[in-house]
Design a protein. Structure first.
Length: 108
């Protein structure tokens, strides 16, 4: 038994992995490909505004909880209703491989 109430993981998210392709000029172009479709709990955890390259950039932080997977790293991202949530860290809170809590950031 996972200890989660029914309906706790009620948001459908897509886990995406980066794919880097050479651009012919010595660099690369990054795109993302879907890895899995998962049920998750998404909760906002804060926001901030920074000035990057002389423009205002707002970053909203989220906590995303999913069932445990061993392939989630900070290189991946979640997509939920068109929003892209970059994974900053992933934590197994009780080291029992039941849940994974991901600190994520959406930049707009």
């Amino acid at each position: 038994m996972s200890g989660l109430p029914i309906g706790a993981l009620r948001h459908r998210v897509t886990l995406e992995a980066p794919i880097d392709a050479p651009d012919g000029a010595g660099g690369f172009t990054r795109s993302f490909a879907p890895v899995a479709s998962l049920w998750a709990r998404i909760a906002p955890s804060g926001a901030r505004e920074d000035f990057v390259e002389q423009r205002a950039e707002q970053a909203t932080n989220y906590v995303v909880m999913i069932r445990w997977r061993n392939d989630v790293t900070k290189d991946l991202r979640f997509v939920h209703r068109g929003r892209r949530l970059r994974i900053q860290s992933a934590l197994d809170p009780d080291e029992r491989r039941r849940l994974l809590i991901c600190a994520c950031e959406e930049i707009t």
